[in-house]
Design a protein around this ligand. Structure first.
Ligand code: MG
Length: 345
């Protein structure tokens, strides 16, 4: 770990490798170990924890985040000046790690949980979906059987033929009575998406995330007019300034902290989406409990949560948000309320 000296707040950056419970496959590719950046911020004997799991989809990498802090270490004399510190030009993933760590630090300094600093009711959290990656029908059904008690599934689609994808949903629906959400991760064409979403209508799909490649709002608008399943923009809704042009084209947006740059831009996106009458979902990457718990603290503000990061990894050194039959249970400790496992040498 490399410590970066600064006046006031000191930060230390390291990589965090998270082995996955199952290889995780979506339309874009497959991974077995997730890589993340851990940021520790130190100030007056207090440690704030931050994390970013950058996505190549948005041109960001773990190495890029580490390089950013090595070459442009932020000078932070007072961590409470969040607007000035985080308003500086910074790639979204780096900003996300710093933003989360400073919120954790401030919460610990004030001895208040993050949800309380944000004025939120910790009882008002939604239930999270549990994500099922792309797999053959047998593996998919095995996973569904293992989590049949869970109230919401999110099924990744976008690989295989139309018939195979429809068959997957039909098989799941035969056995599972909870809510089913689907995510095509940009894999369908506009015409294909219309065909698929029409064919999937009988299976009571709650909504579909990002059916077509980002950047084609006109096609999203047309699709939304022609199908009944609500459309949620994910790859199309990266930062707050993306939302105005999505107005009327989608039913809602999926916010992720690493995509937009942390808690503060996520709040801006939530309020902008509400002003535009959009539904709001809060998602995560494959990441440790640090980033997922940070998002969970915002979840009383949203309609849908997809914050299942901690279910997907097998050796997370951090514990934070827990689940009561899927409902997010926020930790009561100060800041994020994360507990780090002590490593026994
Ligand atoms: Mg998505």
């Amino acid at each position: 770990m490399k410590a970066l000296r600064m006046s006031g707040v000191t930060i230390a950056i390291s990589t965090l490798d998270l082995p996955l419970v199952h290889p995780f496959k979506i339309a874009r590719g497959e991974e077995r170990v997730a890589h993340s950046v851990l940021l520790r911020a130190f100030w007056h004997g207090i440690e704030g924890l931050g994390e970013a799991s950058p996505s190549s989809r948005y041109g960001e990498t773990v190495a890029g985040v580490i390089e950013h802090f090595a070459t442009q270490p932020p000078l932070i004399s007072d961590p409470y000046r969040l607007e000035s510190i985080l308003g500086a030009h910074m790639p979204a993933a780096a900003r996300c790690a710093l933003d989360i760590a400073l919120h954790d630090l401030i919460g610990k300094h004030l001895e208040k949980p993050l949800y309380a600093l944000l004025g939120l009711d910790p009882e008002a959290t939604p239930a999270t979906s549990f994500t099922i990656g792309i797999a053959d029908p047998q593996t998919t059904l095995l996973k569904v059987a293992q989590i049949a008690h869970h109230p919401i599934l999110k099924v990744k689609l976008g690989a295989g033929t139309d018939e195979e994808q429809i068959e997957t949903i039909a098989l799941i629906r035969e056995r599972y009575r909870g809510a089913i959400r689907i995510d095509a991760n940009e894999a369908w064409t506009p015409q294909g998406a219309q065909r698929m979403l029409t064919a999937l209508e009988p299976y009571e799909i709650e909504f579909c995330e990002q059916p077509i490649p980002a950047g084609n709002h006109a096609a999203l608008r047309t699709l939304r007019e022609r199908v009944r399943i609500p459309i949620i923009a994910d790859e199309d809704a990266r930062v707050p300034s993306d939302l105005a042009s999505l107005y009327g084209c989608v039913d809602g947006i999926n916010i992720k902290l690493v995509k937009c740059g942390g808690i503060r831009p996520a709040l801006a996106m939530i309020h902008t989406a509400r002003a535009l009458g959009m539904r709001v979902m809060l998602g995560c990457m494959v990441e440790s409990a640090i980033a997922t718990t940070a998002a969970a603290h915002l979840s009383p503000l949203v309609d849908y949560a997809d914050l299942d990061g901690p279910f997907l990894t097998s050796a997370d050194p951090f514990t934070g948000v827990t689940y009561d039959r899927g409902k997010l249970v926020l930790p009561n400790g100060p800041g994020l309320g994360i507990v780090e496992a002590t490593v026994v040498a």
